[in-house]
Design a protein around this ligand. Structure first.
Ligand code: MRU
Length: 365
């Protein structure tokens, strides 16, 4: 099967096929790059399960998948409960919200779909066409935000050089194009990025499997390294910026992202390398005052105790498996959003950013 592609923007991990009675197609990211398989989903419960089990991952992609999941929830409820569909959809929406705890985009998208549901219920008639339209809008807005962030982030790269990234914040993790990898795409096209170092990102290997796959198939030079090698790489002077995405940004600018990001931020500051976070404003959670309030998902210890289904650690040994960590705002040199760039983000800067007119892309320094 061939990958569905966004023109100039990489592979499409999430797409809706057909009209209101259509289905959600998710690229099964657990199998990449060995196998390319899309799952066709027609029930909201299956979408929740796909988010939980990492078929679809990456904060914006999780939000978009959940938005389409809400369309399916409403459709099932309509078919089961007729005019009482709004209340009947609630359990499926709760299941979607419970799929993963850290990426705030999931809750952001479900809240937006919830408001669309209220409007559709008040209007009467079949709610599904309007809800599909809203989910499509969320998807299209994310893609547009990615492109804006790519241009804004690439403009921060003063001289051509190599960058280091962690996990996968690319087309696969978003509506297409990518956040951190959107900056990489734009920076490479502008001749400002010569190579991408990709941390392998234990235990799911999003860097080795997904980032390396995404970049290599577009001819962007990529070198995979184990996380433990990042310190020496940053000391070597070969990297100009560390560029990462985010799963949730607190009101004071603290950033939750894939576990290992905090260590990279400390290393970058120690070695005088810039640390850039690239995320749409949908990833900012003004309700969470600081990083201490961000729920950090802890996953099955088996993911750490083995690899690719084979047990490696001795029986009886325990593992701690937080999927994310929190980087304090003071270690972030630039926060790139679709509304502009914040240098050294803090509470006041985040407040101004959220108050800025969406889409004018002005620089807030
Ligand atoms: O566990 P994952 O693969 O969902 O974690 C993904 C990340 O941490 C990404 O860096 C983040 O969601 C940003 S994706 C644009």
């Amino acid at each position: 099967m061939r990958a569905a592609r966004i023109p100039g923007g990489g592979v499409q991990a999430v797409r809706w096929e057909g009209g209101p009675e259509g289905r959600l197609l998710l690229l099964d990211q657990r199998l990449l790059p060995v196998r390319f398989r899309e799952l066709a989903l027609e029930e909201a419960g299956a979408v929740a399960e796909a988010i939980r089990t990492m078929v679809v991952r990456g904060a914006p992609a999780i939000g978009i998948a959940a938005a389409y999941g809400a369309v399916l929830a409403a459709r099932e409820a309509r078919d089961r409960a007729g005019g009482r569909w709004r209340e009947a959809a609630a359990p499926a929406l709760e299941r979607l919200a419970g799929a993963r705890p850290t990426a705030v985009n999931l809750f952001w998208a479900l809240e937006r779909m919830g408001r669309a549901m209220d409007r559709a219920a008040a209007a009467g008639g079949d709610p599904v066409p309007a809800l599909l339209e809203e989910a499509r809008r969320i998807h299209a807005e994310d893609l547009e935000a990615n492109r804006r962030m790519g241009a804004l982030g690439a403009a921060l790269l003063e001289r051509p050089g190599a960058v280091l990234t962690h996990c996968n914040a690319g087309a696969l993790a978003t509506g297409g194009y990518g956040t951190a990898l959107g900056v990489v795409r734009a920076g490479h096209a502008a001749g400002r990025i010569t190579r991408v170092y990709a941390n392998e990102t234990r235990p799911w290997l999003q860097g080795a499997r997904l980032t390396a796959w995404e970049l290599a198939r577009e001819g962007i030079p990529v070198t995979v390294l184990v996380e433990g090698a990042a310190a020496s790489l940053l000391r070597s002077g070969r990297v100009t910026w560390v560029i990462v995405g985010a799963d949730r940004i607190a009101a004071n600018g603290d950033v939750a992202n894939k576990v290992g990001t905090y260590g990279l931020a400390v290393l970058a500051r120690r070695h005088g390398v810039g640390f850039m976070v690239v995320a749409p404003t949908a990833t900012i959670d003004p309700q969470t005052p600081d990083g201490a309030g961000i729920p950090i998902e802890e996953r099955d210890p088996a993911e750490v105790l083995g690899c690719a289904g084979a047990r490696l650690a001795p029986e009886g040994v325990e593992a701690w498996n937080p999927a994310f960590d929190v980087t304090p705002a003071h270690l972030v040199d630039a926060l790139v959003t679709e509304r502009g760039v914040l240098r050294r983000p803090d509470r006041e800067g985040i407040r101004r950013l959220l108050a800025a007119v969406p889409g004018n892309g002005r620089l807030l320094c």
